[in-house]
Design a protein around this ligand. Structure first.
Ligand code: VAH
Length: 314
């Protein structure tokens, strides 16, 4: 049985249906703590309230449902994290240590927890950033990601717990808006291009960041979870789909919506974006578990505008 903690978030909303399709709807237990699940999510299989900060409830859920795999997505993202760093540390780290502790004690076979390119900082090489390099993030979110990576490694070495993590770039999807991330502009721009034909971007035109389209993120989540442990020499992997600047993103949208107008009004998130890599070397993921993204800026934009176009126009 698979437990998805934070199932109503941006990644969980797309991953739960994909897991249910592949493993059977009753073998995937979705949980949330704050946002109400959609009708679709609630009706497509078991959904329960779970606050991962409450270790006793977490023990009960894992024990009673004989959970083999846990995906742990509950987290405060980078931009919100800078507004409430202490809460961000508490939620991100204390929920993770609970998941690792319960996983260790109740025989969970595998724990998947996403790290982020936010684990890198301004002292990290920003082009083609290697898997094993300097990790000195300047956001609390990044601090929780580096600490989380160290916790996963520790629980693997000390208890043999099979922990796996991928450093995600910005994730772009049409199903659920991300909440409080620095890369959210790359999602909002599609919605605004359709609804308003204009968008004011909160990072500069020449800001380049690594990104990934959700279908590739889902493939990454499932492929790494399914990978044969004997082929893995790492527990934390760089992954990416593509890199582009805000200006290149706007130009790609303009190919489909010629009248689309973009303006730039950088805010506090510019500094966060400037501390992150511009491109990522994900060769270890390709080598150890055959990671291979399928979408680029062109095909992602086509798909996003088609899916959103249908939903936002009606
Ligand atoms: C954020 N979407 O913006 C997340 C992600 C690399 C960015 O970690 O905080």
């Amino acid at each position: 049985k698979i437990l998805v903690i934070g199932a109503v978030g941006q990644i969980g909303s797309d991953l739960v249906p994909a897991l249910r399709k592949k493993y059977g709807k009753n073998n995937v237990i979705a949980t949330g703590r704050r946002s109400q699940p959609s009708k679709k999510l609630r009706e497509s299989g078991p959904f329960i309230y779970l606050d991962a900060l409450d270790i006793d409830t977490l023990k009960k859920v894992v024990f009673e449902n004989q959970i083999d795999v846990i995906y742990h997505f509950a987290s405060v993202l980078s931009a919100t994290g800078e507004k409430m760093p202490q809460t961000s540390w508490d939620l991100n780290i204390n929920s993770l240590i609970n998941v690792l502790e319960v996983g260790r004690r109740y025989g969970v076979k595998r724990i998947i927890w996403p790290s982020s390119i936010a684990a890198f900082g301004p002292t990290t090489p920003r082009e083609n950033t290697p898997n094993d390099t300097i990790l000195q993030p300047t956001t609390m979110y990044g601090v929780t990601k580096v600490s989380g990576e160290l916790l996963l490694e520790y629980y693997y070495k000390k208890y043999g717990l099979d922990t796996r993590s991928m450093r995600l770039p910005g994730i772009i999807s049409s199903e659920t808006l991300p909440g409080g991330g620095t890369t959210d502009y790359a999602v909002a721009i599609y919605y605004e291009a359709i609804k308003q034909k204009k968008y004011t971007c909160f990072v500069k035109e020449n800001t380049v960041l690594p990104m990934m389209y959700m279908p590739d993120c889902i493939k990454c989540m499932i492929d790494l979870m399914e990978a044969d442990p004997s082929t893995l020499e790492h527990h934390v992997f760089n992954v990416t789909g593509m890199s582009f600047s805000a200006g290149e993103l706007a130009a790609e949208i303009k190919k489909h919506i010629p009248e689309f107008e973009i303006s730039y009004a950088p805010d506090f998130r510019q500094e966060i974006a400037d501390s992150w890599p511009m491109s990522i070397d994900d060769s270890l993921a390709r080598k150890e578990w055959n990671w291979q993204p399928s979408y680029d800026l062109g095909s992602m934009t086509e798909d996003m505008l088609e899916v959103l176009g249908k939903r936002l126009k009606t």
